[in-house]
Design a protein around this ligand. Sequence first.
Ligand code: ZN
Length: 340
Amino acid sequence: MAQRNAAPAPTLPLGRRPPRFRFFLNPYVHARFATCPQCNGETSERKLPLVIHVEPRHLLALNMTCRFCERCDLLIAHQDELESLLAAYFSERDPDAVGNDYLVAGTMDHADWERGLRGSPALQDVLDQLHEFAEEAWFEPAPRATRGARAARTRTARRAPRHGEVQERLEERQRVPLRLRPTFDAIVERTDAVCREHLNHEYARLCRRLAAALCRKRPSPVTRGKPEGWAGGIAYAIGAVNFLFDKSQTPHHKASDLCKLFGVRPATGAARASEIRKLFGMYPFDPVWCLPSLLDENPLVWMIEVNGIPFDARYAPLEVQEEALRRGLIPYLPKPPAIR
Ligand SMILES: [Zn+2]
C-alpha cells in the first residue's frame, strides 16, 4: 500500500491569498495516481496555474493539468511533465535557466492568470494573487500493476517499509538539490528495497546518507550512468567499510551477489564503489560510514590521544572518557570491551 508522510508547510508566507491544497510533486514516472494515494478513491483531472519560482530570478505561472482528490484536498503534479513544460518555456525565453532548481510555490486563480497573460504582471501582483499550498505531502507509489497472480503474491510477501523509514528518506531528500531529487529517489528506492530484504535498516540509512552526499557533490557523478549502478555502488562502498563481504559478519554477502541484487554486473558495482570510496576517502571501519552497531567494536572510533599518545578510550578512566565526549572525540560513553 502507498505510504504517506507530510512535510511541514514552508514557514515564510509569500502569498497574500489564503493557502489551499495539499500538494504532492510526484517524482515517480511510472505512477500517475489515477487513484488517490491517501484514500484510494479516484482522482480527477484539474487544470490550474501553478506558480513556480525558478532560480535565480524567475517567477512564472504555468497552466498545468494535475490530478486532484477532492476528498483529501490533494493536488498532484507529475514532476516529469512539469519539468518538460519548464524546459519548453525557458528554451525560448532564457535557455540558461533550463534545468535550474525550482520551487512550486502554490497556485493562482484562472481569472488572475488570464489577466496576467494580457499584460506582464509585476512580481508583487503575482505574490498578491498567490495561494500557497496548505501543506506539502509525500507518498510512495503503490506497487506496479501485476503481471499475474504469482507476481502479486511475491510482491505482497515483501516486507513493508519499517516505521519511520519514509520519514527518514524524506529528511535525507531535503538535503539534496532539487534538480537531483528524481535521481536520488531512483537510487534510494533501490537501496531501500535491497536493504529491507537482504541487509538491515542501518545499511539502509547509511546508503541513503551516502546517496544524498553523492547528489550534493559538485559536479555530482550521479548525473551520468544508471541509478541501479549507483545504488549498487553505494551499497558496495558501505559494505566494504563495514566488512559486509566477510563471512564472519551478520549480515554478509559476496560482493558479486550484492551486485546481482541490484541487477548490475559485479564489474560495474565494483567500479562505482571504487569511485565513491575515492570521492569520500572511505576506508574499512571509517567512523563516518560505520554501522552504529559496529561502533562498539570499532577501534578507530575510540582512539584518542592523551599527551600525544594514542589511547583506546574504552579503557580510559571515566573522567577522560567524559572529557573526550565533551570535546566530541568519541560518540558516546563506551562500555569497556571484553578482554579477548
Ligand atoms: Zn483521496
